[in-house]
Design a protein around this ligand. Structure first.
Ligand code: 13P
Length: 254
């Protein structure tokens, strides 16, 4: 029997919490959430708040953090861009790639996402590849095709070693910020499709692939979602912005 995968509780703050709010958040959250050796807690603040997060969490190495996006290039004339090479100096150890809001608002393609994964891996960050279908795609019966295409095209530039270091987040676009959560059965179905694709087409080890669920996760539904087969953790937006609500989520299964 292989080792169970350690659950991951990840917070994506998107464009909330500047440096001042970040310090206050960490202080309150840390008072409510003691270190737990049986789970990973990671926060993705806006890039401008990474230093504030690092400073506020300096006494709590169990509170990991990461960057929400990086540029496809390492350096150059790319106003407002953030190079993956700049990130490790902040103390961040994780990086998101392919969030549906990046795809929709900034036009990130699967090829761009693949290049960002390469950049994150080059500097030793742990990427989380976000995938998910729109409501139209789901209703057209294209769930498996969409997930498989997003994974195949993003993973194309990665070698076997890089692939083994990725985590994944299944985030159905119709469940993000809508209050409409995928049922545990929906999440289990999509996670099984992703895991199957990783093993069959990408040469990954099924037992080691960490797949998070994201989309309207909150304290009231965390237990049911985490109990769904193949759900190894969560990526939380709105409900991670309040330190008490985030602490309640991070206490699941304790
Ligand atoms: P919500 O939890 O606000 O639905 O956002 C989910 C998400 O997009 C996390 O990356």
């Amino acid at each position: 029997m292989s080792e169970p995968r350690t659950p991951v509780f990840a917070a994506n703050w998107k464009m909330s919490h500047g440096p001042a709010e970040t310090g206050a958040f960490v202080e309150r959250f840390a008072a409510r959430h003691g270190p737990r050796g049986d789970a990973t807690v990671v926060v993705f603040p806006p890039a401008i708040s990474l230093a504030a997060f690092a400073a506020a969490a300096s006494g709590r190495p169990d509170l990991e953090f990461g960057v929400q996006d990086v540029h496809t290039e390492v350096e150059g004339a790319h106003t407002s861009g953030i190079s993956a090479a700049m990130v490790p100096a902040t103390g961040a150890t994780w990086g998101l790639a392919g969030h549906s809001e990046r795809r929709r608002e900034f036009g990130d393609t699967d090829v761009d996402v693949g290049r960002k994964l390469v950049r994150l891996l080059e500097v030793g960050l742990r990427p989380v590849l976000c995938v998910g279908e729109t409501l139209d795609e789901r209703e057209a019966g294209r769930l498996a095709t969409v997930l498989e295409t997003q994974i195949r095209d993003a993973l194309r530039p990665l070698g076997r070693e890089g692939r083994a270091r990725l985590a994944y987040a299944y985030e159905p676009v119709w469940a993000i910020g809508t209050g409409r959560t995928a049922s545990p059965a929906d999440a289990a179905e999509a996670h099984a499709i992703i895991r199957e694709q990783l093993v069959r087409a990408e040469g990954c080890d099924a037992e080691r692939a960490v797949i998070l669920y994201g989309g309207s996760v909150k304290p009231a539904n965390i237990d049911a979602l985490l109990a769904a087969p193949g759900v190894d953790g969560v990526l939380v937006g709105g409900a991670s912005l309040d330190p008490d609500s985030w602490a309640a989520i991070c206490a699941a299964g304790r």
